[in-house]
Design a protein around this ligand. Structure first.
Ligand SMILES: *Cc1c(COP(=O)(O)O)cnc(C)c1O
Length: 453
């Protein structure tokens, strides 16, 4: 992992007090004007970012193990993206694709139709956010099938709009008191291997979900099954082998649209273009956002041509959907992903992270707090439990999780947490991070885990 040129020095450095005086001042200004409902996990304000480094207004340099929640996979100032954006912004910033169309939108659609799983005829629509992509996938599934019900899963996260709140599982902070929610959403159990009461195989976990669907909704009332192939906010839960293919096969047999929400897991994040590929699943519709645009707001749905083209002209769209600057950035980001084989880099990150965390778990032994190490590619997680319960009662350790994230930050490493129970540390480094920087970040993380135990 040495072939990438960086603009900023790739080195962690914390100077003096933390957060520094300029960040403290900005935070005071923010508190007076920005709504309290928008929370930031890190109390420093950004000045610059490149590769695996974020620098703040006080001159501190942090190792980025979050990528702005899996967005800046190519880095936050990838030269291909920067050049493409500069070029586009000098010509036109917006015309609205629904009024006067332009080539880059078509070129992004061509890329997505080629990159998403399956060789069937496909069509693509572009939007702005992940939630908007999910909403539109649901619109297409309902219109194309003439059915209402949408199946979602325990621990699911699909966004913060009204429909996507309904699809999301966790009440706090996403749903509580924000209802009433959109109807005709049904929730069924996920395959969560670490927390399954008995060793439930993927096929059996899928049959458990299917039986609920058939009994509680009826197969012929279901428009779509919506699932994250690896759950993101819910805890980086990787379902047991066979779970996704069994669900997809059932969907096919029953005329149900299988929608893979790859907003977080897509675009090389898991070591493949899409996480569905790890099990050879070919979704009917794929939702994409986050890593798609090199940091610019862009999202998409790509699906079977017969489903997508069932919608009447004017039924899909939006003022900003497929903005030309975002499209230029996306084409450039995809170019970088190919040029630098970011899938290969993601798989290398998986090897490095797995080796380090597994060694730490062994060192800590049965008395340790590492319950589970899981994930794929550069979407890896550690689930933390109370000391000595990793193989028995698996008691949630949200306190340690918080303490570890805070300790990492103090030492100059930005790390995110997640999980229905708030006890998962998740690693989402930019795929362009250098091996040296990643190793330094993991040193800090391992030390923080030892201290918390
Ligand atoms: C982040 C996320 C969303 C929502 O995306 P936004 O761009 O925040 O609206 C939807 N689905 C998944 C799986 C996500 O991780």
């Amino acid at each position: 992992m040495t072939d990438i040129q960086y603009r900023l020095a790739q080195k962690r450095q914390i100077l003096g007090t933390f957060p520094g005086p300029k960040s403290v001042e900005l935070d005071a200004r923010r508190k007076a004007v920005v709504a309290g409902g928008v929370a930031s996990s890190v109390p420093v304000y950004v000045a610059d970012a490149d590769g695996g480094i974020i620098t703040d207004v006080d001159g501190n340099s942090f190792i980025d193990l979050g990528s702005g929640i899996a967005v800046t996979s190519v880095g936050a100032s990838d030269s291909n993206v920067v050049e493409a954006v500069r070029e586009q912004v000098g010509h036109f910033t917006h015309t609205c694709f629904m009024v006067t169309p332009y080539e880059s939108y078509v070129a992004v659609a061509e890329e997505l139709n080629a990159l998403t799983p399956g060789t069937h005829q496909k069509r693509t629509v572009l939007f702005n956010s992940g939630a908007e992509a999910v909403e539109n996938a649901v619109k297409v599934a309902r219109l194309a099938t003439g059915r209402d019900a949408i199946v979602a899963f325990d621990h699911a996260y699909h966004g913060r709009t009204n429909l996507t709140m309904a699809l999301t599982a966790k009440a706090m902070p996403y749903k509580r008191n924000f209802g009433p929610f959109a109807p005709e959403i049904y929730r069924v159990p996920m395959s969560y291997p670490y927390r399954e009461e008995s060793e439930l195989k993927g096929q059996d976990a899928a049959r458990r979900a299917i039986s609920m669907i058939e009994k509680q909704i009826g197969a012929d009332a279901v428009a779509g099954i919506l699932i994250e192939p690896i759950q993101g906010e819910g805890g980086f839960i990787v379902p047991a082998d066979g779970f996704l293919p069994t669900l997809a096969a059932w969907a096919k047999e029953n005329g149900v649209v299988f929608i893979a929400d790859e907003v977080q897991s897509g675009f090389c994040r898991t070591g493949e273009w899409f996480a569905s590929e790890h099990e050879g699943v070919v979704p009917d519709i794929v939702t994409m956002a986050k890593g798609i645009g090199g940091g610019l707001p862009l999202s998409a749905i790509t699906g079977r041509a017969d489903l997508m083209d069932a919608v009447h002209p004017g039924g899909l769209g939006g003022t900003y959907g497929g903005n030309p600057i975002a499209c230029a950035a996306s084409l450039a980001a995809i170019k970088t992903m190919k040029e630098h084989d970011l899938n290969g880099r993601a798989r290398n990150i998986e090897r490095i992270v797995t080796a380090r965390l597994t060694a730490l778990a062994e060192e800590m032994g049965d008395a340790g707090i590492i319950g589970d190490i899981r994930g794929r590619g550069a979407m890896m997680a550690v689930e933390l439990v109370k000391p000595g319960t990793a193989n028995t009662t698996k008691e949630i350790n949200a306190e340690a999780t918080k303490a570890i994230a805070a300790a990492c930050l103090q030492a100059g490493v930005v790390i995110l947490t997640c999980g229905t129970y708030g006890n998962v540390i998740r690693l989402l480094p930019p795929l362009v991070i250098s091996e040296e920087l990643l190793t330094d970040g993991l040193d800090v993380l391992c030390e923080a885990i030892r201290k918390a135990a």
